[in-house]
Write a protein that binds this ligand. Structure first.
Ligand code: C2E
Ligand code: CA
Ligand code: CA
Length: 396
């Protein structure tokens, strides 16, 4: 992985560059002024330097000049960032030995182009040409940078949808569902950005944030007295497939005062089946940690009943598409009652999601389904509203 040093005094541009370059799979170090830039160049011997020309104190020319006085840093490709396109600047830059310049504002494509060309010419670790994932447009790269900033600047929020016991009508848990509170566009649903997060690898920090936040929130609710409630957190297949997945989960949970059995991870059957053997091992490790596991969107993938018996699940979550109209649609009704029976034979709890009508709720209750979740009870709620619901219902 090629290492790039960014020297830029304007923090918004510096952050943007760091985000973009990280997404392009470069390893990035950055400096806010010329002096620390020179220091970092000496210490880390980057494969390439991007440096702003106009900086107070030491400007870009000074930085390049000083680096060229040192033999070991002279061979590092150097690209100037300039807001001006004055010919005299460029000539001076070339004379000093700069390899190229980029005029601000530049597009992600121009940036990548300039870097790969320089790296290839210097034939340093030319992994750079492989850094552009196939078919990824500059717009996509920019969207990823935006999502990365959203994660870093905590624009994400969790909503919680209550889960009701069909026997007691009590709230027994909450599913955490992520939202993006975009400064311009308002609340954005996960359907619009989870895919992007998965493609870019941002699902890792996002998933970690979701799990940590949900568990911290539940721990607070436990402290308020709602201490039998569980929280369910969605986990993407990409997270599950990471080698260190279980350790990462354990590390997140370690500092939070919360029994592990109050945490349920929702995994889709498709995610589990991507790599059954590895998944089986990981699920067992999670179980050993006391964490609960639910099969999400059950019925929508290609899961055979065979594997259900052999994997250590606690809960089966029947997908919304089977629940819809199940009191009127005979087929859905038959599927759901068979699923409930089968799950109970395997000692699994059953949750139905997307319950929208009283008819659906009554049918599910009659079939012996354990838990229900859906607009009939409540839409997903911001934490303060969920808390209001709890206090109103239980008067604590
Ligand atoms: P899901 O896991 O199947 O989540 C249930 C979705 O159904 C949620 O949509 C929820 O708001 C919606 N829903 C709940 N009750 C009803 C209902 O009665 N009727 C209808 N029509 N819909 C209902 P949402 O919040 O937009 O989430 C969409 C998907 O995004 C989720 O589907 C889940 O796969 C994914 N997702 C959400 N949060 C996360 C997350 O933190 N991490 C990951 N990896 N995925 C997430
Ligand atoms: Ca789910
Ligand atoms: Ca679903």
């Amino acid at each position: 992985m090629a290492r790039i040093l960014v020297i830029e005094d304007e923090s918004s541009i510096r952050d943007m560059l760091v985000d973009l370059l990280t997404l392009m799979n470069f390893q990035v170090i950055d400096a806010a002024d010329g002096r620390s830039g020179i220091q970092l160049a000496r210490e880390f011997q980057p494969d390439l330097i991007l440096c702003d020309i106009a900086m107070p104190d030491l400007d870009g020319f000074d930085v390049l000049h000083r680096l060229h006085q040192e033999i070991d840093t002279a061979a590092i490709p150097f690209i100037f960032l300039t807001a001006r396109v004055e010919k005299s600047d460029i000539r001076q830059a070339r004379l000093l030995g700069a390899d190229d310049y980029l005029t601000k504002p530049f597009s992600p494509d121009e940036l990548l182009e300039a870097i790969t060309t320089r790296l290839e010419r210097y034939s340093t670790i030319t992994q750079a040409s492989m850094n552009r994932p196939l078919g990824k447009s500059p717009t996509q790269i920019a969207q990823e940078a935006e999502l990365q900033r959203a994660i870093a600047q905590s624009e994400l929020v969790l909503y919680y949808q209550p889960q009701f016991s069909l026997q007691t009508e009590q709230i027994v848990g909450a599913e955490a569902l992520v939202r993006w509170q975009h400064p311009q566009r308002g609340i954005i649903g996960p359907a619009e950005f989870i895919g992007l997060a998965e493609q870019s690898g941002l699902i890792e920090p996002l998933g970690e944030w979701v799990l940590r936040t949900a568990c911290q929130q539940l721990s607070l609710w436990h402290q308020m007295g709602f201490n039998r409630m569980k929280v369910a957190v969605n986990v993407s297949s990409l997270q599950l497939n990471r080698t260190n997945f279980c350790q990462e989960i354990a590390d997140i949970l370690a500092p939070i005062k919360l029994g592990h059995h109050f945490v349920e991870l929702e995994l889709t059957e498709t995610a589990i089946l991507k790599n059954v053997n590895a998944s089986a091992e990981k699920l067992q490790t999670l179980k050993d940690l006391g964490i609960q596991i639910a099969v999400d969107d059950f019925g929508t993938g290609y899961a055979s009943l065979e594997y259900l018996q052999h994997l250590p699940f606690d809960t089966l979550k029947i997908d919304r598409c089977f629940v819809q109209f199940l009191d009127q649609n005979k087929k859905n009704g038959a599927i759901v009652s068979a699923l409930v029976q089968m799950a109970h034979n395997l000692n699994l709890d059953v949750i139905s999601e997307g319950v929208e009508t009283e008819g659906e709720r009554n049918f599910l209750k009659h079939q012996g389904c354990d838990i229900a979740q859906g607009y009939f009870y409540s839409a997903p709620l911001p934490s303060f509203e969920f808390e209001k619901l709890l206090t109103q219902k239980y008067g604590l």
